[in-house]
Ligand binder design. Sequence first.
Ligand SMILES: [Mg+2]
Length: 200
Amino acid sequence: MRSRSQKSEVRSQKSGNRKQKTAARRPKTIEDRAKGIKLLILDVDGVMTDGSIILDNEGNEFKRFNVRDGHGIKMLQRFGIKVAIITGRKSKVVDLRASELGIAEVHQKVFKKSVVYGQLLDKYNYRDEDVAFMGDDIVDVELLKRTGLSAVPADADEGTKKYADLVMKKNGGRGAVREFTDLILKESGLWERVAGEFLG
Ligand SMILES: [Mg+2]
């Protein structure tokens, strides 16, 4: 996992000479960023899947999800962190998978993800710092930049990677989501409770 040199907290120093009360702030660590997370937003294709879209002759769509990613999502929810899906495509399997995982906020066929993102912030009264996001492509850049803690799978679009706080070791659909959910739980100090519950 590579940590982008934390989102720069450099403030544009106004060239004015009035007393600046905003002393340079300590850059936020990944731990700082993970601590306040209340909502994880996931893209689907290339994040919850390896990006393959399999179609049959009738136009039915197939996707392959990862069961350990699913467990990671369930663990987050168990410890009070909401999970939502925002995807540009629309397919029934996404509704089915979301329902299995108890994800209520499923937004498909979204042209501009930041619009739905803004609606979610309003609905739950969250700020950018409360949200973690994983995406893998150029359509995800805006949310990768805005959210409090952002990550991409190892095999994300190369041009997109630089906008994320973290690049996972695992690929999309192959454990990247689980790597991120484990990291959120560990960095936010919830892992002991997870361990207590699951590891005996
Ligand atoms: Mg994607």
